[in-house]
Design a protein around this ligand. Structure first.
Ligand SMILES: C[S@@+](CC[C@H](N)C(=O)[O-])C[C@H]1O[C@@H](n2cnc3c(N)ncnc32)[C@H](O)[C@@H]1O
Length: 338
């Protein structure tokens, strides 16, 4: 037991853990109102900040006071300044997770209130709360699709870390990113592959945003955006990329998605899953946090290397190798269609 743990009684530590709901919502306020963004230019008084972000200054001051001891803000002679930690809630910095804050609080927070239901029944909390599967709910709204895409772009970048800096995709003329959202990942991959063509495939409302991303990257002339359902059919390609998709689904559903690819591709086609690999054992690892989200929100799961291998086999693929970055939590899991 550390000195700190001895100093704080267990019941107080437990209260701190239980107050996680306050932390999540207070951080969301900072992200959504643009408080962290407003502080990028330097310290401000709470009154100035409130006026700039359309907030009540007493309420905002108390939210900032609550978050300061958690390392998000710091008091200065000129008012309040944002720390490196708090800056990640601002719009603009490379390591921003503002989109993730908005996504989790606007779409995950309320359904997580039904986690007890999941624990009792094994059923997905979000399906009970929303009255329909999570992605069916998201696909009905362009706003939610935008919030989800922005979170995936943020979260994906930080989770991948330097993985793609060192990684070379397998050879192939056409690269299809299945569940490719707004095309952020495909754009990053295609810039390094000037001779390849690319396809972004996702649900229609979600993939619609990819036109803009690909145009901004100067890739419109060698990319296609296709809206569809990967349980029905996917386009033909030489190399398939699927990033943070299969972890959203149960083993039987994930195997169906893999079989859709197997139906569209020729034997020998390559598949690269950009996913986390759950380590064996009880140590701390981000996959354990994400796994609970998968459990409660979509009925998916994080998988160990052994579980990835057998899922791929069930879908008709052979796992070739797993490449990990030095800083990110995601790996490239390469496989070949048998
Ligand atoms: C967790 S996000 C990952 C997005 C992106 N690949 C990334 O790494 O940032 C899962 C993606 O799967 C898409 N998706 C869900 N159900 C789908 C379906 N039935 N057909 C096609 N795409 C689907 C979602 O719209 C979403 O963009």
């Amino acid at each position: 037991m550390s000195g700190d743990e001895r100093a704080i009684p267990a019941a107080v530590r437990m209260q701190q853990l239980l107050s996680g709901f306050e932390v999540s919502q207070a951080l969301y306020v900072v992200a959504e109102l643009g408080v962290a963004t407003a502080l990028l230019g330097g310290p401000r008084s709470v009154e100035e900040l409130a006026a700039e972000t359309g907030a009540d200054s007493d309420a905002l001051g108390r939210i900032i006071r609550f978050l300061a001891p958690l390392g998000v803000f710091r008091a200065t002679d000129d008012g309040v300044e944002v720390t490196d930690l708090g800056r990640t809630l601002a719009e603009g910095p490379d390591d921003s997770v503002r989109g993730l804050a908005r996504y989790w609080m606007e779409t995950h927070y309320a359904p997580f209130g039904d986690l007890l239901h999941t624990a009792r029944t094994g059923e997905t909390a979000a399906t009970k709360f929303l009255g329909k599967p999570f992605f069916d709910w998201v696909k009905e709204s362009s706003h939610l699709a935008e919030v989800q895409n922005s979170a995936m772009a943020d979260g994906g970048r930080s989770a991948r870390g330097d993985l793609l800096d060192h990684y070379r995709l397998p050879e192939g003329n056409t690269i299809a990113d299945i569940g490719g959202a707004d095309g952020t990942l495909l754009a990053e991959l295609l810039v390094k592959r000037p001779d390849s063509k690319g396809i972004v495939f996702d649900l229609p409302k979600v993939s619609a945003e990819a036109h803009e991303t690909l145009a901004a990257a100067g890739l419109s002339d060698r990319t296609t955006v296709i809206g569809g359902d990967f349980f029905d059919a996917v386009p033909t390609a030489d190399v398939y990329v699927m990033s943070a998709v299969l972890h959203d689904w149960s083993d039987s559903e994930a195997a169906r998605i893999l079989r859709s690819i197997a139906d569209a591709a020729a034997p020998g086609a390559r598949l690269v899953l950009v996913e986390m690999v759950m380590p064996e054992g009880d140590g701390p690892h981000v996959t354990k946090m994400v796994d609970l989200i998968m459990l409660a929100m979509v009925g998916g799961r994080e998988r160990t290397e052994t579980e990835w291998r057998s899922l791929l086999e069930e879908g008709g693929f052979t796992l070739d190798r797993i490449v990990s970055g030095s800083t990110g939590v995601m790996s490239a899991i390469e496989a070949t269609l048998s």
